[in-house]
Design a protein. Structure first.
Length: 155
């Protein structure tokens, strides 16, 4: 894993401790409080996500199959080397990079720098909230949508 400091997320990024008292709605509210500019006030998260997948399909010629595929694309973008063949471990690292980058919008992670091979290293800045799997997915999607809007101006 290419990460400095405490970094609890890996490929199984939905394996945070679960507290059943949190709902997806609470996650959306948390994400809106922790992000400075969420443009999803008039559209639902599902509509924004569909728009992102459609845009990626138009841009890449193939629709990403799921959240993990979008995370992989983000990781490749953040690595900055373009398309290439990656090992299974590198693919896991790329998805981890994407999660850290996405959650950095809310101050959970901070980029510490790059190693000699050019791979970014992230540091956990504040503890991640404990949500159920659906809420975790919603939180990630909100941040991923923000990434593609603000960093890449794709949507």
């Amino acid at each position: 894993m290419r990460c400095l400091g405490v970094c609890p997320l890996r490929l199984n990024l939905f394996k945070f401790p679960i507290e059943l008292n949190h709902t997806a709605t609470q996650v959306v509210v948390l994400a809106q409080k922790t992000t400075k500019n969420v443009e999803s006030t008039e559209k639902s998260l599902a509509e924004d996500w569909h728009e992102l997948l459609f845009t990626l399909q138009e841009t890449l010629g193939k629709r990403p199959t799921d959240l993990n595929a979008v995370l992989f694309l983000m990781g490749v973008q953040e690595l900055g080397r373009g398309p290439q063949l990656f090992t299974k471990e590198q693919k896991q690292d790329l998805m981890h990079i994407a999660v850290c980058k996405a959650l950095s919008f809310s101050g959970f992670y901070e980029l510490e720098g790059r190693d000699a091979d050019g791979w970014p290293h992230w540091r956990l800045v504040k503890p991640l909230p404990h949500f159920d799997i659906f809420s975790q997915e919603a939180l990630l999607k909100i941040h991923i949508i923000r990434y593609f809007r603000e960093e890449l101006q794709l949507i």
